[in-house]
Design a binder for this molecule. Sequence first.
Ligand SMILES: NC(=O)c1ccc[n+]([C@@H]2O[C@H](COP(=O)([O-])OP(=O)(O)OC[C@H]3O[C@@H](n4cnc5c(N)ncnc54)[C@H](O)[C@@H]3O)[C@@H](O)[C@H]2O)c1
Length: 257
Amino acid sequence: MAEKVAMITGGAQGIGEAISRRLSKDGFAVAIADLNVEKGNDVAAAIEKDGGQAMAVKLDVADRDNFFQAVADVVAKFGRLDVLVNNAGLGPTTPIDTITPEFFDKVYHINVAGDIWGIQAASEQFKKNEHGGKIINATSQAGVVGNPNLALYSSTKFAVRGLTQVAARDLAKDNITVNAFAPGIVKTPMMYDIAHQVGQNAGKDDDWGMQTFAKDIALKRLAEPEDIAAGVAYLAGPDSDYMTGQTLELDGGMQFH
Ligand SMILES: NC(=O)c1ccc[n+]([C@@H]2O[C@H](COP(=O)([O-])OP(=O)(O)OC[C@H]3O[C@@H](n4cnc5c(N)ncnc54)[C@H](O)[C@@H]3O)[C@@H](O)[C@H]2O)c1
């Protein structure tokens, strides 16, 4: 049995991959749960090559049964679960008049329902193990203040902060903490895609699209995925034991509260 186990959704690339590698360095056996299981297997193999313990599991976070099965698979392999990072998400560019009912359903199912299924599946397991646990949800700076062109994305990420607060209150009695992390502008495939779309919509280039989001960063640099993984490592470790319901903003100083 592994000593401590973390499951990271969307762990096959971008921020989720960086979180998987960081939590492995911090001593967790890590389960990379992703739609793209081939890439998940590559990340797991790289972590094992570096001396860590890792597995990949195929997961569509929007599918509740699939989420419960994936948690069961992780526990079958590693013997327990201590941390769930609900990191998977979609970040489409959706000017208000482009939103269709189908797209609304798709994005809300992945970004919001996916977190609910994860909270259900992980907390059921934590209660069985009788040792509590930590749930960590990905929101965004766009979930703290509305961002132009991102009506669906921003609104789902606001919902994630609300869900985090409610789950923190509901699950505290079971020794489960629930927190969120809000990345700023991170160099991942998702962010490059958003910058491209926003630039195109305005008849400008990708750099202009990126600057739309990046111009107000006090530290004057975009985030590396590892900057975000460092904050998640804190939320996953014992130093955050007295923190629940909070959103940790990791945005280089884009906004202050
Ligand atoms: N990149 C940024 O600047 C930024 C900023 C703020 C918040 N975030 C949030 O951080 C999280 C990770 O973002 P990223 O930039 O690394 O994204 P990304 O698009 O680069 O990677 C997302 C990963 O999630 C997986 N995934 C997508 N849908 C899935 C599903 N239904 N089930 C399981 N896995 C699925 C993908 O296969 C991929 O491996 C997201 O929740 C995102 O909203 C990102």
